[in-house]
Design a protein. Sequence first.
Length: 182
Amino acid sequence: MSPRSIAPRMGLAVVLLATAGCAAQPSATPQAMPSAAASATASLPVQSIAAGCPNPESEVCLGTVTAGTYHSEVFRPPLTFTVPDGWQALEDVSSAYLLVAPGDSLDGVNSGGSDFISLHTNVAAANQTCTTDAEAMSTEPGIATTPEAIADELAARPGLEQTNRRNVSLGGFEGVEFDLRI
């Protein structure tokens, strides 16, 4: 299966997971566990920020990885994923994990031109009133923080188009997956 069929091109990929109460601590020595085809160096402990990583805001950034199985170091709930050569693990923070398809870039993620998989926890609908900094950084009043309520709120907002909505389960957590375009 090609990376293009794994992560369809979209302006914003959102997976909403109900993960309240996840407070596990990051492991002290994260390691990549490569497949037999991966290089031997992939099994060494990873650096927090890989040389040349385009995302200095990430707590952990592996950069471009070889084929193998990897684990999140900071993201909770813990994430384990297996990828072929060329995928980029560009963000690993407590509430977000970002994988970018081979040949695509972080700039493309931000502009809507890259294929990517982005997981988020502790998600809430942003306040539509942005007249003050406090309002811009707050949640929309009256909207629950359940995946369904957030998806419904985003689907109802003018200027946003929600498609391909479906219920998902990931690691025992229930959520809603959809594509969102501006």
